[in-house]
Write a protein that binds this ligand. Structure first.
Ligand code: GDP
Length: 393
């Protein structure tokens, strides 16, 4: 009996010991062992320190930055801040045309349209086929309904001739008209540095888009700093560092799990101290809860907009292959931060190119850029006429 008791006590002690070690290890990862926040110190601009971030996994809340005092200056972490190397900027390449890369989106609508074009006149079957084609291309139910209803009444009134060529011509003009008046220019603040924030869920292509834009803006002669604000996804910082290296942009990084606001803040300070024109700031696309994510984005935006930073673009990155799901995401992000435009990625690999129309019509947000591949040059300005031409050709 005594022996049994002793064995039980020894086992209990062993289990308790292991538990304590696990907790200590976690605390070390989240606290003392974690590398310090990135800091940028410059002779002209005294470094400020944001409140210490909480360990990943905790709600960091919304610290007041107004009260943040000056921190005792520390040397930047080695490898944390790399100044831009403009002389290493990649040479300009040829950008693809939207129509060359629409691929499956083009062939899908094109295939259905061939059948419609073969009809002698416009009847109910023509409208049914057109509806199917538009829905398959992910134009979405509400907009497809509106477009076709309008076309029906125009055919009835004789405004549009009763033949498929005239019908498709009218539809193409309607698609182009959806984007009329859209301000697609990317904005720079009157004073440098301008900050462009990139928001969107994980995997949509934020980091890649920043890399492509860093290359493009560097080629255009602007001095660029990228902020690796996606500290939640371990690989995002390395991915961005590779892009920055290629384009000659500077990069400011934080430790994994560091406060993204502090990374963006440091990037803005770093850019201002060096007279850089533009900060391209990555953000996390996933946190423990959606509420955390949106709170964090609001905070990042506030911090980035504090002088000397000026947020002139908040670009929502959406993956065209997710179709109507992109609309749901767009509503959530647009409700949390003032989105100024959409970057629609992966339009090269999808039959759902029509989502562009749904985003414009349902959300009223301008489509500023489209991603047509994974290479540095595979990012182009959205051109509605070229898009419609490709869809209807
Ligand atoms: P993030 O999590 O939003 O930062 O997404 P990433 O930038 O890491 O991109 C996720 C994946 O999508 C990567 O494999 C990218 O190469 C790929 N990607 C990004 N943009 C495009 C695009 O326009 N076309 C294609 N085909 N792939 C893309």
């Amino acid at each position: 009996m005594t022996v049994v008791l002793i064995v039980v006590i020894v086992l209990l002690l062993a289990v308790l010991g292991a538990g304590t070690m696990t907790v200590v290890r976690r605390n070390q990862l989240g606290g003392a062992d974690r590398p310090p926040e990135p800091e940028v110190r410059d002779g002209d601009a005294p470094a400020q320190q944001l409140p210490e971030p909480s360990p990943p996994g905790e709600d960091r809340g919304t610290p007041s930055l107004d009260g943040a005092g000056s921190a005792s200056p520390r040397e930047p972490e080695p490898g944390t801040v790399e100044p831009g190397r403009q002389e290493r900027a990649a040479p300009a390449g040829t950008r693809p045309r939207l129509s060359d890369r629409l691929g499956r989106a083009k062939s899908l609508l094109g295939g259905s349209l061939t059948a419609i074009r073969g009809r002698a006149r416009v009847d109910d079957a023509t409208f049914d086929e057109l509806e199917e084609a538009l829905l398959l291309a992910d134009v979405g139910l509400p907009l497809t309904g509106r477009l076709l209803e309008d076309l029906r009444s125009r055919v009835r009134s004789g405004e549009v001739a009763d033949n498929p060529t005239a019908l498709l011509g009218a539809l193409k003009a309607d698609v182009i008209a959806l984007f009329a008046g859209e301000d697609r220019d990317l904005r720079y603040a009157p004073e440098s540095p301008s900050v462009w924030l990139f928001v969107g869920v994980n995997g949509v292509g934020k980091t890649t888009t920043i890399g492509k834009l860093a290359a493009r803006e560097s080629e255009a002669g602007r001095s660029v700093v990228v902020a690796a604000g996606d500290t939640f996804r371990a690989a995002a910082g390395d991915q961005l560092a590779t892009w920055a290296e290629r384009s000659g942009a500077g990069i400011v990084r934080g430790a994994d799990g560091a406060d993204p606001s502090s990374v963006v803040f440091d990037a803005v300070q770093h850019a201002a101290a060096r007279g850089a024109d533009l900060v391209l700031a990555d953000t996390a696309g996933r946190l423990h809860t959606k509420v955390n994510l949106m709170d964090e984005l609001r905070k990042v935006r506030r911090v980035a907009d504090r002088p000397p930073g000026h947020v002139s673009e908040v670009l929502l990155v959406l993956d065209a292959t997710t179709g109507q799901n992109g609309l749901v995401q767009a509503r959530e992000f647009a409700g949390a931060v003032e989105v100024t435009g959409v970057v629609l990625t992966k339009l090269d690999g999808t039959a759902k190119g029509g989502i562009v129309c749904a985003i414009r019509s349902e959300l009223g947000l301008p489509i500023k850029l489209v991603g047509l591949g994974e290479g540095a040059n595979d990012l182009v300005a959205f051109d509605p006429e070229e898009f419609a031409e490709a869809l209807f050709s």
